[in-house]
Ligand binder design. Sequence first.
Ligand code: BTN
Length: 261
Amino acid sequence: MNQNPPDLERIRSSGLVREVEFHTEIGSTNDRAAELARQPSLDCPFLVLAARQTAGRGRGSNRWWSAPGGLTFSLVLEARQSGLPVERWPQIALAAGAAVCEAIEQAIPNAAVGLKWPNDVYLSGKKASGILVEAPSTGTGRLLVGIGVNVNNSFANAPAELQPLATSMTDVARRPFDSTAVLLAILARFDVCLSNLVGNQRELFERWRTRCLLSGKRVRLSSGSRRVTGVCRGIDETGRLVLVTPEGTERHLSGTIDSFE
Ligand code: BTN
């Protein structure tokens, strides 16, 4: 496993973020990003990067398992200032997912990469990345975009229950990766995807439509107290998951995928 520390100078000079804060160990980069987001003078996009998280969080009750070699970071974004209406903020997770897909495709050209709506990236049929977008409760107009990517952390050493479910770039390509290069590729792609989002460009829709892993699959979705089963017809222009159910076609803006086959 390759555990080289990130090249902070390269990240700073990329111009893709305004500030970088690096931690060798932290509870959760999203928690730290939430603290920082309360500072009115924070220069955004602000990147919080950690070599290791001791309490990495996912959506709902999910936890994020991070071992040395994994890439874990959070971005504080000025979502309100970007001009993107609040009702479209859920699309930011998909934009981030599309960016992660593209960065992995760039690093592993023949990789089978797919976006599992709404916030996971799969590689060779297993989860390789998770995205957690949160709005700080203080209503600052900022958003926290937390991204975990399994880069150089091999799942050969992971807890047994995770091994059938998750993988890493190094497990699939059987070589180590330059984590800083992977991070910069994600940041660069995310920048493009966010511009597409704000400009309401069809290009972004194509980015997530073509990578939708659930298309054509039978999906069980939980949305609030509802359980819905249907065949997925992809992700629409507004980021909603389209499900054909016995009762008709439904479009879901949020929810959790319980299973797909
Ligand atoms: C999920 O799988 O439900 C989302 C996982 C998100 C994990 C990332 S790692 C960096 C950031 N900090 C966290 O505590 N979580 C996100």
